[in-house]
Design a protein around this ligand. Structure first.
Ligand code: IPM
Ligand code: MG
Length: 367
């Protein structure tokens, strides 16, 4: 049997820096755990625009469709701010999500014990936090038609459309309930059914799907209240199910509960392929961080934990995913900190590569 395949798309800004630590970890699993991947690499975002004039080349799109998993770093940066909307770096990322049909975006927000002091919230509110946001990723206002800026009655009008079909809501709801079964059996669905018809349909369909999951407790919340509850008492949640735009906002909010955006991974999953693995892309929640690019300061943990999610969700290697997550936890418990994780004085931050090396040392110690 051939090795499982991974396409690496480091992208822009700190993307290549954090991804280079992930590559070392992939190599480690080949050397030490007999888990060898066929790794290829290509361009996305501004990097692809520099080379090809588009944020994602058709050949790269085709490769992404063929591999078992895509690992993406980050896209965007000030150099690309003035590009036409249609070729902005973000369009490359959105094309991958849409054409691979990665409808279920898993964004865990977990507070590591060693970092509980670092959250902007009080320690007892976030200590032990472990929630999962399931964000619909291929529809809603991000992709709905009509859209655009046009001229009407002598002034410009900007239009985007929030649109969801029943089947789009159903499939992402199923993925949230399935996930809840493997966690704490609770789903809170968030929309704005008080002002949006798409929210009414969302609530209806989620309630229908729930009939197949009697063991899971379902609640509904308006998304604005959800945002408030996330900062008031985040531990009330287990799985949060929500649409594309609310999920974008709520997941940034949940991410910050844990102390740093530099810690959070994500998985974007689609339908199963012929080999049974889901179509999948893994990426850190953080962006390209132009302010620290090229300085060796970036925290590679979110990207490394994204690879752990790949081990778990694409490659059925839960034990090895646990091993990698435990290595990260160990390094944090030992006080190793990149600059974004510095709460107090007297701690010298380590560089991106030093953090990567510390995690590999912890992996070495685990076998
Ligand atoms: C995210 C990002 C993207 C989004 C951007 C970069 C297009 O904010 O993944 O959360 O809005 O989905
Ligand atoms: Mg976002």
């Amino acid at each position: 049997m051939s090795n499982p395949s991974i396409l690496i798309l480091p992208g822009d800004g700190i993307g290549p820096e954090v991804m280079s630590e992930v590559k070392k970890i992939i190599t480690w699993f080949g050397d030490k755990r007999d888990l060898t991947f066929d790794v290829s690499e290509d361009l996305v975002g501004g990097a692809a625009h520099d080379a090809h004039g588009v944020p994602l080349h058709d050949d790269t799109m085709a490769k992404a469709q063929e591999v078992d998993a895509v690992l993406l770093g980050a896209v965007g940066g000030p150099a690309y701010d003035d590009l036409d909307f249609s070729v902005k770096p973000e369009r490359g990322l959105l094309r991958l999500r849409k054409e691979m049909d990665l409808f279920s975006n898993l964004r865990p927000a977990q507070c590591f014990d060693a970092l509980a002091d670092f959250s902007s919230l009080k320690k007892d509110i976030v200590a032990g936090l472990d929630i999962m946001i399931v964000r619909e990723l291929t529809s809603g206002v991000y992709f709905g038609e009509p859209r655009g800026i046009s001229e009407q009655n002598g002034e410009r009008v900007g239009i985007n459309t929030q649109r969801y079909t029943e089947s789009e809501i159903r499939r992402v709801a199923i993925s949230a309930f399935e996930l809840a079964k493997r966690r704490n059996n609770r789903v809170c669905s968030m929309e704005k059914a008080n002002v949006m018809e798409s929210g009414i349909l969302w609530r209806d369909v989620v309630t229908e799907v729930h009939k197949d999951y009697p063991e899971v407790e379902l609640s509904h919340m308006y998304a604005d209240n959800g945002a408030m509850q996330l900062v008031r008492a985040p531990k009330q949640f287990d799985v949060i199910l929500t649409d594309n735009l609310f999920g974008d906002i709520l997941s940034d909010c949940a991410a910050m509960l844990t102390g740093s955006l530099g810690m959070l991974p994500s998985a974007s999953l689609g339908a199963p392929m012929e080999n049974g693995r889901p179509k999948a892309m893994y990426e850190p929640v953080h962006g390209s961080a132009p302010d620290i690019t090229g300085q060796g300061k970036a925290n590679p943990i979110a990207c490394i934990l994204s690879f752990a999610m790949a081990l778990r969700y694409s490659f059925d290697q839960g034990v090895e995913a646990d091993r990698l997550e435990a290595a990260v936890e160990k390094v944090l418990a030992d006080g190793v900190r990149t600059g974004d994780l510095l709460a107090g004085e007297g701690v010298t931050p380590v560089s991106t590569t030093e953090m990567g090396a510390a995690i590999i040392a912890a992996l070495d110690a685990s076998v």
